[in-house]
Design a protein around this ligand. Sequence first.
Ligand code: SF4
Length: 435
Amino acid sequence: MSHDWQSLRIEGIYRQPVEGFAMLRVKLPAGVLSAGQARGIGALAHRFARGALHLTTRGSIELHWVRGEDLAAVKGGVAALGLTSRGACGGAVRGITCASQGNAAFPQVESLARQLQRQFTGNPRFERLPKKFKIGIFPDTVDRGHLIQDVGLVLKGSCYDVWIAGGLGREPQPGFLLEEEVSPGRIIPLIEAILNVYAAHAPAGKRLKHLARELGEEALRKLIAAQPSATQELTPPAGLPDSFVPAPTDSTRLEAPVFGGELSAEELVRLAGFAEIHGGGWLIINADQNVAFQIPGDVAPARQELIGLGFGGDGRVEQICFRICPGSHECRMGLAPTRDVARQVIDRLGLGAIAARWAISGCQNSCAQPQLADYGIMTTGLVKGDDGNRSPRFDLHRNQGEGLGEVLKRNLSTEELLEAVSSLDYAKAAGDGFR
Ligand code: SF4
């Protein structure tokens, strides 16, 4: 069966490196899903995706190795769970990411993420965009995630600072502050104004950051301000709250570390059972590709149970925070086997590495956001050796808490990369304290 892969992107579907297979990405507003939904996703992964799934840095879930002929059944299965993959790839508003899990304001953020997903998913006005459009909501600017969104919303009291036109990829560009302290009632109309300008003025295949570069910040501001909805204020939605995760003020956060976001269907089902007993029935996929829970009761037995389920031991892999994109293991763009390289890097790191955030991307699309990690590894290309084999080259990035970080070392072979990480200060304690 042949497929028009390009037109399937809007359904959250990408081709995989092997002909006839595809990845389908499920959007989760603020990374939240219920235990029942997790069981359902686990069942779909078991039946259609070789029994495995991938947690992304944007809090989505990807099912890989779905056969082309099974895509419609998987889409139906996702819909039956009250979830969607619509717009998770292609020129559309992607899943609403959120790094506020554990923050006291998370219920406010979860509600807004759900409202934004409802407004912009499957809405013909906001599909067929020039390229992807990413929205993220953040409790503060500490992790700098707001800098890499098309629209980054940063909580300020009950309002939001609105940053726009950021992005990574081959031409990384930090976003700029469009407006301070925007009231919640203005967020949707303001994003509509930004989207209208983007759709009308950006060339096909270009992000909002390109438009900002081409026009300049001031011209882009003026275009947005001229949109009728830019100053519109909606009345708050009536009805019950849109937040379901136990409030951080009445619960304790617990996290199940998941190496590289790689989870088996069976593990997800186990975590769903854990969420039902301890987490109020809700799971959160966070930006570090882990599964988090808010535990309303006594957290000590819950922590022990989680370890008993196989999550959160004291080994090196469990303790070092390492965001990992699928790389050449599963992505057509991937130039390096990211998980293998990450394991090799982890083997060279000492106890001090626990305090740092690591990331590796299999190509310059930067899906693991290496420029935001304390240490980030970007695969930049392939080089043909004397034996005719092509091997990956890496840049090692360092971020010291400002902007998108800088390149520490360029064009490293795998061995040179391992040497470079071994010479970092905390690598000298390698082995100490780890199992
Ligand atoms: S960074 Fe590149 S290799 Fe990794 S998931 Fe994104 S597109 Fe694929």
